[in-house]
Ligand binder design. Sequence first.
Ligand SMILES: C[S@@+](CC[C@H](N)C(=O)[O-])C[C@H]1O[C@@H](n2cnc3c(N)ncnc32)[C@H](O)[C@@H]1O
Length: 318
Amino acid sequence: MYLLELAGEDDAFAVREAESRCSAVDLVAPGIATARGVEAPEALAYTRRICRLVGTCAPDVEAASALARTAGRDRAGSIAVRARDVRGLAGIDTQAVERRLGSRLVDRGFDVDLETPDHTLLALFSSGLAALGWLETEPEREFAARKPTKKPFFQPGSMAPMDARALANIAGAAPGARILDPMCGTGGILVEAGLAGASVVGVDAQAKMVRGTERNLAAYLGEGSVLRGDATRLPLADDSVDGAVLDAPYGRQSKVAGGSLSALVGGTLSELRRVAPRAVLVGDRVWSDAAEAAGWSVADRFDRRVHASLTRYVHVLT
Ligand SMILES: C[S@@+](CC[C@H](N)C(=O)[O-])C[C@H]1O[C@@H](n2cnc3c(N)ncnc32)[C@H](O)[C@@H]1O
């Protein structure tokens, strides 16, 4: 079993993303999940750390110390203990936990090496539960370095890379998969899908956006195909991609080529149904009726508040 430390505040969304790379994901406490199997979890955005689960216990030092007694029977070498009060929910003294669990392991013959340990025991404390695990993977967290204003081509209204990565993962971005963004804008979703291992194809109605996405893909991926076209008449064959992410224009903020926003979103959803087996639709309103009218089922929906005047409604379509 594995232990996942989730990032962000929206556990349901983080779990949904984790399910793209992990099996049997179970939220066991705020910010903490377990999973049965994991595959290439380093591409996840909303999972901070992945460990081999030692076990769970009450969120206090005594219980964690007792649990640490059972840890590492199959390990040798040097260790470090890292304790985390997830979102400050447990109100625990993490340094005291690290000292206590560290001395437990020293009693059992381990050496402590805080700089370059052979094994790191992670102790996560949340409300109602603590969990111990041996650290295996810390996904890269370079999202800030790729924020929209740092990219070669930037336009206002671009999505934050961490969200773009999570949406791409939910849509199925992984090595061997082909991911489409039919209204690619500056290409932020495609960059993250590509960094998650997928090959990418973008479409946008505006020549400026096509050229801009090409520049951004060249900077981060070195490849990717970008076409100028209409998302309601995609220049792609039936069933030619493995997943799609549609970041629909938000009201008046984005240029709407070809009629009303609902006609645009409805027409695009029908086209996505033709070319992809699954899609993620993001918009500034609920588009479930339009999705169902286009033949999709809304498997999940997440209402993600960005700021006072923008909530992004994320629809997972199958
Ligand atoms: C909300 S933006 C996408 C933003 C993008 N996710 C990003 O992070 O930069 C919407 C994009 O849809 C494009 N668009 C609008 N109508 C379109 C259509 N009919 N076909 C293709 N693209 C269209 C616009 O040119 C704009 O670039």
